[in-house]
Design a protein around this ligand. Structure first.
Ligand SMILES: [Ca+2]
Length: 191
């Protein structure tokens, strides 16, 4: 009878502790990797949006000699706020230049806006060379992604600003980031 009781005692405390420790080690390995992969996917989404919009603003400018706005968000549903994607009547417009109106689906973190004047950038322009002063000011096109966290912003920056080693990554190159707003330079025009 003593023997049967011993076989039914279940797991010992030591055995349970070993299992808990192994699960802890596995979680420590797997969870950061999964989070990193998710962030990479979000950065890739932003880069894909930048690529599509950069092509769109350049073609739009070639056709119309004008700079475009394109705003996501329900309050900006009117065609006048979607000059790259919805039919416009002004001279030369022969779009659409994007296959859909920009919406929050194009930014994993919130709304996004294509602007046509660099005055709205945090530092009043883009220091494209990292030389310490703005080389893109006045009229031109850039896109802002709202709500982007530091790590994803850095990932986008490392792709687009890989050649810029001087200064702070947040304020130099094509990619600027401040207060969770990620601004990406798209094109400049002679002022
Ligand atoms: Ca940068």
């Amino acid at each position: 009878m003593t023997f049967r009781t011993a076989t039914r005692r279940g797991f010992s405390l030591v055995e349970i502790l070993i299992v808990v420790i192994i699960l802890g080690i596995l979680a420590a390995i797997v969870i950061p990797g999964a989070a990193g992969a998710a962030e990479d996917a979000k950065a890739a989404k932003i880069l894909a949006t930048v690529d599509a919009v950069r092509t769109a603003v350049n073609t739009h400018y070639m056709h119309t000699n004008a700079l475009a706005i394109e705003y996501s968000g329900q309050q900006y549903a009117a065609a006048g706020n979607h000059q790259l994607s919805l039919t416009q009547t002004y001279k030369g417009w022969s779009g659409p230049y994007l296959d859909h109106p920009l919406s929050a689906a194009d930014n994993p973190f919130g709304e996004l806006f294509v602007y046509r004047n660099f005055n709205g950038v945090a530092n009043g322009g883009f220091d494209l060379t990292g030389g310490g002063s703005n080389t893109a000011t006045g009229n031109g096109q850039y896109i802002v992604f709202n709500g982007v966290p530091d790590t994803v912003a850095q990932s986008v920056n490392d792709t687009l600003d890989s050649g810029i080693t001087a200064g702070n990554w947040r304020t130099t190159g094509q990619v600027e980031w401040q207060n969770n707003r990620l601004a990406v330079f798209l094109m400049d025009v002679a002022n």
